[in-house]
Design a protein around this ligand. Structure first.
Ligand code: HSE
Length: 412
């Protein structure tokens, strides 16, 4: 049986490397007598690459080769990945992808296409890099109703926040280091503004709750506004700032879903997740909390998940894997401002004592926070829990107080 790889960037070249390195055991585990990479599609040239005989530039060669039964899509982006993958599924080839943008936008459509053509569309590497999470949710935890899911889903931002927390490194220096290590997307905006984590929580929520959750329905905030001042206040409060993707089943059949920086208290399993590592907490009605942890980005960890999917496709030729991922529904994700939360607030004020009096007149007792070398005009506190819109309205009504930073507190 033959395999083709489309896209020879960080992940694609990692797939070929892992495939070649562990070839013998991969073939054995695939239950096929042979499993070979026949083509690598990329428009760029790779002089001196040991796989020189496999490079092609024309997609149609893969599409029209009846011996290629499994295609790996590691090109990234929505177009032409969507058109290529659609054509391949319709041509009766199984597709494996690491492309979260594609799965988040077109997962339902592509799974339906795969089903209609009796092939598989697998995407374990699209969330959590090398961490097994798609298969555990859809198979190992299938007996549960999943109530909630929350995770550190982006390695780049977790790396940046870790450098800010532990080394007081500037945001810019930490981002540069993450890029040099190959963690960041080509355009790191998708990492630091939260879109990458948003795509991943959409995929997880679609799988957990059964209806396609589109990225544009999920409120998304990145980490670009987090300052070292916030890091210091939250440390003194006994927590850390993490970029979390979260989704929850609500009683009315709808869900909540959001990506934002969040205060995670020390003692939470998510608080100790450092560096490029990801962790995903799944709350099921039978299992309780279960946490999946590992390297969420990088060449070989991601390739590990892709190649495992290739093996799975090879084992399941002519048999479809079902995901229970249905179409979306209008207003399925509720407005985040209607949900309860408590907030960490850092504000600029003219007079701290007057600010505390005014804040407590609105919010009742608040927890005042401190940090070393804070200027007299800076005031930080944590509110009690209320509907987010109500908290925000109250903040705007406090005279002489300008909010500089506002971060939700979590209790995972
Ligand atoms: N840029 C992504 C991250 C890569 O940093 O997590 C893995 O999806």
């Amino acid at each position: 049986m033959y395999v083709a790889v489309m896209g020879y960037g960080t992940v694609g070249s990692g797939v070929v490397e892992v495939f070649n390195k562990n070839h013998e055991s991969i073939v054995k585990r695939s239950t096929q007598s042979a499993l070979e990479i026949r083509y690598i599609l990329d428009l760029r040239d790779f002089p001196g690459d040991p796989n020189a005989d496999k490079f092609i530039k024309d997609f149609n060669i893969i599409l029209n080769d009846p011996e290629v039964k499994i295609v790996v899509e590691t090109m990234g982006g929505l177009h032409p990945a969507f058109e290529f993958v659609s054509s391949l599924l319709k041509a009766g080839k199984s597709v494996v992808t690491s492309n979260k943008e594609l799965v988040a936008a077109k997962g339902y459509e592509l799974l339906k296409m795969a089903e209609e053509n009796n092939v598989n569309f697998l995407f374990e590497a699209s969330v959590g890099g090398g961490i097994p999470i798609i298969r555990p949710i859809t198979q190992c935890l299938a007996a549960n109703e999943i109530d909630e899911i929350a995770g550190i889903l982006n390695g780049t931002t977790n790396f940046i926040l870790t450098m800010m927390i532990e080394k007081q490194m500037s945001f810019e220096d930490a981002l540069k280091l993450a890029q040099d290590n190959g963690y960041a997307e080509k355009d790191p905006t998708a990492d630091i503004e939260g879109q990458d984590a948003c795509r991943k929580i959409c995929i997880l929520a679609s799988l957990c709750f059964g209806k396609h959750v589109y990225p544009d329905s999920v409120h998304t905030e990145g980490i670009t506004k987090i300052a070292l001042e916030d890091v210091a206040y939250v440390r003194n409060y006994g927590g850390v700032i993490k970029l979390l993707g979260r989704a929850k089943r609500l009683d009315n059949g709808k869900i909540s879903a959001m990506v934002s920086p969040a205060v995670v208290m020390d003692g939470s399993q998510l608080a100790s997740v450092r560096d490029v590592f990801n962790a995903i907490l799944v709350r099921g009605d039978a299992i309780g909390d279960v946490v999946f942890y590992g390297k969420g980005a990088g060449k070989l960890p991601t390739a590990s998940a892709v190649v495992a999917d290739v093996i799975d496709c090879a084992k399941h030729v002519g048999r479809k894997k079902a995901f229970g991922w249905g179409p979306s529904e209008d207003d399925y994700v509720v407005d985040y401002k209607t949900l309860p939360t408590s907030l960490y607030i850092r504000a600029s004020v003219a007079d701290k004592a007057a600010a505390l009096e005014n804040v407590e007149a609105k919010f009742g007792k608040v927890r005042v926070l401190t940090r070393d070398n804070a200027p007299e005009t800076e005031f930080a506190f944590v509110t009690g829990e209320d509907v987010e819109q109500t908290l925000c309205d109250k903040l705007t009504e406090i005279p002489g107080l300008t909010v500089l930073s506002s971060i939700r507190i979590t209790d995972y």
